[in-house]
Structure formats: structure tokens, C-alpha cells
Design a protein around this ligand. Sequence first.
Ligand code: PLP
Length: 382
Amino acid sequence: VIYADNAATTRLDTDAFDAMKPYMMEEYGNPSQPYSFGRKAQRAVREARQTIADCINAAPEEIFFTSGGTESDNWAVKCFGDPATDSTNIYTSSIEHHAVLNACKYMQDSHRAKVTYLPVSKDGTVAPEILEKSILADVSGAVAGVKRSLVSVMFANNEIGTIQPIRELAATAHKHGAYFHTDAVQALGHMQVDVQACGIDLLSASAHKFNGPKGIGFLYVRKGIPLCPLHSGGAQEFGKRAGTENVAAIVGMAEALRSNCATLAENETYLRQLETELLEQLRNSGLDFIQNGGPRRTPGNISLSFKNASGEMLLHRLDLKGICVSTGSACDSKNTQISHVLKAIGVPSEYALGTIRISLGKYNTHEEITCIADTITSILST
Ligand code: PLP
């Protein structure tokens, strides 16, 4: 199998797996118990929280463990402020993951939130000026002091890899009294993410996107940000997210993030090399295609639209050769329609249906790149 769908999920790092093992078989105590067996697990959770906080320049008490990106996004959007009494203005982009889009829709339908979907440029970028105009146009926005406002714009897009001007968007939000959330699921562990330098108030992350285990993630919540508990129960996660911690997964996530953050530059250089090789080989083959997303993309994320081709057919024929790619985001893979992201960036219709996303990871090899390019060429040339 040649696995080239690393934006959907990644292989667990061996070191992360080794770090997890003791907490499943030997040190399986409940971290909430006061005896020393429980305290070992408690220490592991505490150290993991510190490691993760260090990776994003946060304080450990600002890290709240969750079950992954979807939960973190839902928590940030649905529990911001006091949803029972506040009415919220939400500004989000038209190319967010459905975890954010559907949480916004829920707030609109059930909590009278006013949601503004910001358009994007042809390469998928949200312009801070457009955000500013939208906030200002909202007479009942945070400026008027009537409602709370939340801006939620993803750090990097999952389908086309475009990296947003996060610092500028956060500054624009703050200038007008709004808080700033970012879904950093595709960015964290692949590029530097510094919540202080970027001015981020809330950040969603998911371990399985950076070689950690599945079903674990976290939400960063800057101290003092108004966020209601996600659910009721015990006092875990500073009383904000009840439920016994998944100790092994938390430890694995911290190790995977630590390791990826320590090798960001070399991983990026390697992935850019692989990207260049793949694109060169495809261009030399004479196929007619366009690459989606702008020049600022997450390393290894290559969205290609082939003229008059079927992305779905290509995906299945590549699968028969043991090559895993995607037609867009994982959640859209059963849907033959053009994804909301491709629509928002205006991919010409003769190319849009012929789109595949190849997302490379640090475990891909030069030989695999040649095989992917040759196989695509032979499928589309016949
Ligand atoms: N946000 C983005 C940008 C994603 O790419 C994904 C996963 O594809 C998610 C959120 C959901 O993350 P999880 O699978 O951990 O729920």
C-alpha cells in the first residue's frame, strides 16, 4: 500500500506507541484516585499537558483534552459565552470543515446566532479586510456591545492546504471586540503554531493528524475566555470536560506532537521536495491539470484537478493499485458532488469533478512519488 492520504489520518509514530503502552497494561490507574497507583497516571497526564502547552506556547491549564478535532470545534462554537443567555455573532469562512460549519448551523437554528460566512479568494484565503467589513456592517455586533462575537477561521484548509493569515485575522477580531477561534487540526505538528504570537483565543487540535492516536485531541482556551463546560459530571479537565481521561492516548498525543514539533523544519523540507518531484513528473507527462490552493500551503497537501476527468474514478483505480488518495475531505469521499471548498474557490467546471487530494507525510518515499505519478499518468492517458 502507498498511503498518500495523510490529511485524512496519519500513521502512529513508534515512539508515541511505546509511550502509550505502559498506561494500558501496567499503569492503568484512574488519574482521579489519590493512591500512588492512580497518581502515576495523574503525573503522566500532567506532564503530557505541559508538553503540549510548550509546543504551542500556552500554559498547561489552558489545554483541555477532548476526543479530537470535531469535539474541540463543537465545544468552541457551541459553548462560547453563555449560549443560554447570550446571542452570538459568528464570523466563519465558507471553506471550514463541517465540524465548524455544522456547529455554526446548530447555533443559528437553535440559539439565534447570526452566522456570517466569509468568502475566500481563488486560492482559498480569507482577507482580514473582508472580515473587518463584515463585523462593521453588523450593526448589532460586538462593537455595539449587544452581542458576543466569535470569529472562527481555520489555520489551514484540509482539502487544499491553504494557510490563512491567522495573526491578521485575530488582530482584526480583537480590534472589534470579537474573540478568535481557529481549527488548527491540519496545521499543528506540521508548521509552527504559537498561540501568543498569533493572538489565538481558542484552538482545536487532533492527534491522529500528527502521527498520534485516534480519538484524542485538545482545545486550547486562553485564560479568561468565556467558555461553558462541554458536559456535566466529574471535575476532570478543570471542571470543564467531565469524564475519565484517556491516559494512554493523551500520553501518545503529547509524544507525537513533541516529536513532530522538534523536526518541523526537516519534515517540511522533505515534503516540499516530494511535492516538487510529483508535480514535475505529472507536468512532464503532458496531463492537463491545475493545482488548487495558494503558494502558502501545508507541506505535502496537493490538490489537483484534472481536465475532463473523474476524481472518483481516479480514486478507485488508484485504490486497485494499492494507492490511497482522497477526492477531497474524508467526509466528502462518498459524495460525488463538488465539495463546498472547490465551489468556494471557483475551480472551473471542466476541472472540478476531476479533483483528487494527494497528501504526503514524512513516511512517504521518493520511490512512492514516482509510482503515484506513473500510475496517475497511465490511468488518465488510457
Ligand atoms: N477539522 C479539520 C480541518 C479536519 O481536517 C478534521 C478531520 O478531517 C477535523 C476537524 C475533525 O477532526 P477529528 O477527526 O479528530 O474529529
